[in-house]
Design a protein. Sequence first.
Lengths: 246, 446
Amino acid sequence: MLKIKNLHASVNGKEILKGINLEVNKGEIHAIMGPNGSGKSTLSSVLVGNPAFEITEGSIEFMGKNLLELSPEDRACEGIFLSFQYPVEIPGVSMTNFMRAAINAQRKYKGLDPISPADFLKLMREKQSLVELDNKLAGRSVNEGFSGGEKKRNEIFQMAMLDPKLAILDETDSGLDIDALRVVAHGVNSLKSPENASIIITHYQRLLQYIIPDYVHILYKGQIVKTGDKSLALELEQKGYDWIKN
Amino acid sequence: MKNYVQLYRQFAERIKENSATVLNKFRDASFAEFEQKGFPDKKTEAYLNSSLIETLNTDYDVKIHQLDIDTSQNQLFQCKIPSINAALGFMLNDKFYMADDQRRSLPEGVEFCALSDAERLYPEVVGRYLHTLSDKSRDAMTAFNSTFVQNGYFIYVKKNTVADKPLQLINMLLSEAPMIAFTHNLIVVEQGASLQLLVCDHAEEGVDFFASKVTEVVVGDGARFEYYSLENTTRKANNLMQMFVTQGNNSQVIVNNLLLLNAVSRNQITADIDGENASLFLGGMLISDGTQEAENNTIIRHNQPNSTSNELFKYILDERSHGIFSGIIVVEKDAQKTLSRQTNKSICLTPEAVVNSRPQLEIYADDVKCGHGATTGQLDNEALFYMKQRGIDQDTARMMLLSAFVQDVIDEIHIDVLRDKMKDMIDRRLRNDHSHCEDCFVHRME
């Protein structure tokens, strides 16, 4: 599904990613761990086409297509979803309008007609309950006045609405209390299918108690320095990042 | 610049002959004031940043007598707001026209006519209020208007009359050659009465215009008055609207200026809150591009305690357009417990777009709550990227963000069909759909 080869990326002339190689197949969950500044969030930004980052070398292939040639919106329509580390507040744009615009944009990309109002409402209700989000959410502006936990649950709600092939969860666990964490993990787990895949970026092993990864990669100084199964996360938790650094 | 002083000296008698009589009373004094002050220059504080006066360099015709415009076909215009169901009047340059069926549809207790008719029908009302508010203006441009103006419209809502439908006035500038048009309008909403008024500005394509309007608004105790102005003229139509409002105890006033297209436009609003427990919303939005210049220049004076004012202006400026906001809020010594908020937010879509924002508070009372804020910025790139990451394309995302930006101003339109129509027009305007002659909701029929 996703093939990253020798990826180098920089921001403001400073190289952050220094040759990443990663392959993600459908049905798989990959966790990417690493200390602050190792390039975890840069990797997710590059995957979704954030214009702040410059690719200096390497390639990314997604579903057989050259991802680097696609605009951010086309990447989304191809099925890449990012759960933002810091979801953006958009005052004045209601969740309902936002979601309808997103769904219809993705449907249009696939040559489908806009979703009917009845189907849309049904879908909203169904997916809201999955992440235990309040019904009132629909009328509220996107993320405006949401608590930290609500924002993260709202990301998973959007993921559920859009049903992506590849979901990237960037520090979705940061700032979450234990209950919210459980809700988010439940949401992610129920969306898992043999057809889709996830990349979970996290500092801590905590989230991985709820979402069991098939692979754990450790990113350090812009490179993947170690890959293993879920036990690697536990080992890392015990030994700390110094273990990697040395 | 045309010598307006000489022009007046030469034609004063003919101007007076063709004018509503009641306006002549003030003419010579106004002329004396105008002659003494002359046009404001760049050093005049109130005209800082404004290029309105420069537009007077055009050699405009001054109509000494009203043009005879054929109004026999009342199909001349058609309103495209579905079911707005307003009683419709026109101001063709400075000539008021209302079709018979429209006149018959006026709500009981509501008058809507030319000032020249009002002085005959309601001499007492006109005599009591005309020029009482505008005479306090120190602005030479008000005196300029009063020197040449010959007519205007008159709206009168009698005591305790709740107008069950809105009034709509269409200002239409029609001329083959560059022209300056003056009107002096009077709106009286008596105690306990209520009125919604929609004023639409239009102008013939391709001709330079300067519209000078002075509008006095008297809102009585417990009365409610809503004024919506929709300016959608041409890139050659300049506008100076000077509005003077006084409101009584427990009154509610909404003034909402929506501006979509013009050359240079200045809306100058002075609102005196002369009653207790009164509320005022004074706001508007504008979308401009090309070399448009648009200004809201406001003074709100709280003269009595316990009243509330909310001022909210939102600007979206594209290309080389220029937005100006100057807002003065005065809270007089006796106006304790005043609640006042002033906001001006602007988005510049290009580096060439310019905003001048001057919020000013003068507070002489010690127990008040006043706040102001002015921000100027660009479209939020983070929000834009967030939306794109969900699959929404650049243009749609941009449109959604800009519509959302002006939403709180649009929410202050309390005529449902107008609010919906405005949303639609704003969307189209943001898509650079300038074919407003055909598509605008008021247009001239072939």
